[in-house]
Design a protein around this ligand. Structure first.
Ligand SMILES: Cc1ncc(COP(=O)(O)O)c(C=O)c1O
Length: 397
């Protein structure tokens, strides 16, 4: 099936969280999942595994073919890691929670660059640590890392940094100079860097530099987390991997109790292997559809006079809308109630982010444009802060 032939009814029929929570009149642009059909090679591999009743416990990493496949795939994008140092885990957040628990000094806070994926904040809490939020700075056309704020986080005792690259929710792709600056600071303050690079395959032309590739020290002090779940839209299949670019970390991983590492699905393993070996053509098609959606959204916002609320993302299928100029106590709630469009509240992505909402634009183009139209109408109905009232409005107040 062509990606553009997929409909919302097809997504609803999946019976998953996406399109399964809000009333049918609401356009749901929340959960980061694509309203796209799954790539044929993945579907075939999973159907074959279902036919073989591959419902047992998964084969251990060392006996599976997936680490070698993942090592080659990671190598092609610049992460140099031998197969025996690619370890499987059910999902990134579980891997990250383990990393905080077992690879940092007990009790040390965790620095997180915000806005960020909400579950990172949960992962820190699940590991019973404090979060040190490091907000990025917004200029008119991009987000920038605040190195002084990051250094403060390290000076104040953070033992690790969660680096999401590309960033969920802004789509920012960190530059080599930003990553190098982070690595110098991490080295100076002896901080571990946990790099989540799951969104890297979905980019619109911007070069991607893996954190572990910026220098040998960066490779040693970092651990990289990724999976096929975002780029190929299979998060429910429960399979992710961790690239230990430091051999000693791989040995530490061996010692972590198995109870903390289980939950990988054999179906996820075959799906992931199919994605990494044969999912390229589907991904190329998906990126083109997503690029079209992103550009159509930017154009539609521009035509309604609100082009400035969205900095076009260089990666991901997420748009981060800056609604601070509107007088809204809770922008996501307002859009849900007035425009019947569900978005993710900015506050979930960091303490400094209320006034923003995150929009998933991986949905059929007509649905996306309908949502943008509903949102812009609702936003125009609010009074922007600092508007000069006309004589008539002053008189009638
Ligand atoms: C940056 C990032 N990391 C991880 C995940 C979730 O990965 P997993 O389901 O493997 O925990 C997401 C999901 O949206 C994400 O955006």
């Amino acid at each position: 099936m062509k990606i553009s032939d997929w409909t919302i009814d097809d997504s609803r029929a999946r019976g998953c969280k996406r399109w399964g929570v809000y009333p049918s009149s609401t356009i749901d642009l929340t959960v980061a999942e694509m309203d796209f059909p799954v790539a044929d090679p993945i579907l075939n591999a999973v159907q074959d595994a279902v036919g073989r009743q591959a419902f047992g416990y998964p084969i251990p990493d060392a006996d599976s073919t997936l680490p070698a496949v993942a090592s080659r795939w990671l190598g092609a994008q610049g992460v140099s890691v031998p197969p025996q140092q690619v370890r499987l885990i059910s999902d990134i957040i579980k891997g990250l929670t383990n990393a905080i628990r077992y690879f940092t000094a007990p009790g040390t806070p965790v620095a997180v660059i915000t806005p960020t994926y909400s579950r990172f904040l949960d992962a820190v809490t699940a590991a019973e640590r404090l979060i040190y939020q490091v907000p990025m700075t917004r200029t008119t056309d991009r987000y920038e890392l605040d190195l002084d704020a990051l250094e403060n986080a390290f000076k104040n005792g953070s033992g690790s940094l969660i680096l999401c690259n590309p960033v969920n929710p802004t789509g920012h792709v960190f530059t080599r100079s930003e990553l190098t600056a982070i690595s110098h600071l991490a080295e100076r303050y002896r901080v571990r860097v946990f790099a989540d690079e799951v969104h890297a395959p979905i980019r619109y032309g911007r070069e991607f530099i893996p954190y572990s590739s910026v220098g040998s020290r960066a490779a040693e002090h970092s651990i990289t987390f990724t999976s096929a779940s975002k780029a190929w839209n299979i998060p429910g299949l429960r399979c992710a991997f961790i690239a230990f670019t430091n051999e000693a970390d791989n040995r530490t991983w061996e010692r972590i109790p198995r109870a903390a590492k289980g939950g990988i699905s054999p179906l996820g393993m075959v799906a992931t292997e199919a994605a990494l070996t044969s999912g390229g053509p589907w991904l190329t098609e998906a990126i083109e559809v997503l690029r079209g959606n992103r550009d159509a959204m930017v154009d539609a916002l521009g035509e309604s006079g609100l082009g400035h609320i969205m900095i076009p993302p260089d990666a991901t299928y997420l748009a981060w809308l800056d609604l601070r100029e509107f007088e809204l106590a809770d922008a996501a709630e307002y859009l849900r109630d007035v425009a019947a469009v569900a978005t993710t509240p900015g506050g979930e992505h960091g303490a400094a982010e209320s006034g923003f909402v995150r929009v998933n634009f991986a949905t059929p183009r007509d649905v996306l444009l309908e949502a943008v139209d509903r949102m812009t109408s609702a936003l125009r109905a609010t009074r922007p802060r600092g508007t000069i009232l006309s004589e008539y409005e002053v008189a009638s107040h």
